[in-house]
Design a protein around this ligand. Sequence first.
Ligand SMILES: [Zn+2]
Length: 277
Amino acid sequence: MPELPEVESLRRILARTAVGRTIAGARIGRAPLRRRATPDFAGAIAGRRIERITRRAKYLMVELDGDDLLLVHLGMSGSLTHRDGRFDSGQFDPRHDHIELLLDDGSRLVFNDPRRFGIVKLVPRAQLSTIAELRGLGPEPLSREFNAEYLAARARGRRVAIKNLLMDQRIVAGIGNIYAAEILFRAGVRPTRRSGRLRRTEIERIANAVPVVLRAAIGGRGTTFRSYRDSRGRPGSFAERLRVYGRKGKPCYTCSTPIRDVVVGQRASFFCPRCQK
Ligand SMILES: [Zn+2]
């Protein structure tokens, strides 16, 4: 499932390739997303200019001229590719491609989502703060609001495992199973530790590890498991740099102890029993 680094690296590429272009038209595929686009979607976005592309948590916001923006969530398996003949000349396939935006320079933005849990919807800008998907999200992990002070305050008195606290979107937005595991490895803290029992120095190590891990992953264009591709159709390269995630039984890169996994909140959680206390 794409997490913040995958969505952010997608945003950066699209900001270079699609911003400033006008949407000439749209095509909708045969298999609808589980949450349908508005019925007049194609008509509503034709002729609109893409002014900015921003991100909140795992949501991309394609800001159009006028009063609307396109809210995009990749769901479990979605991708948004920019096809301009240089990187990807693939034709629109109505069986697997869900939405195609034709841009005025002849390139196309294609949303493809085999499992169809993704979201593409037109939202009035004024309603952004009230829509269900974004309401109640915690601060961005790469913002100043997220720091050791903040994390300590949210962890205080909580019995929840620290890994689940990091994955709670109301606490901090955009961190999922992969990066929570990597952050806790870097911080030297086991995923099962109760949040309220962590020492101040441990909280500080976690808060410091968050931007380091996320920025490195953005630099690697994210991590590819299953179908994730960036907007030029390339897999992310960060999978090669994962220290614990998906490495059960393999030797820790730091101490050679075999990596273990434990179930936390119904998700496999990988850790080094020696490096993480
Ligand atoms: Zn180790």
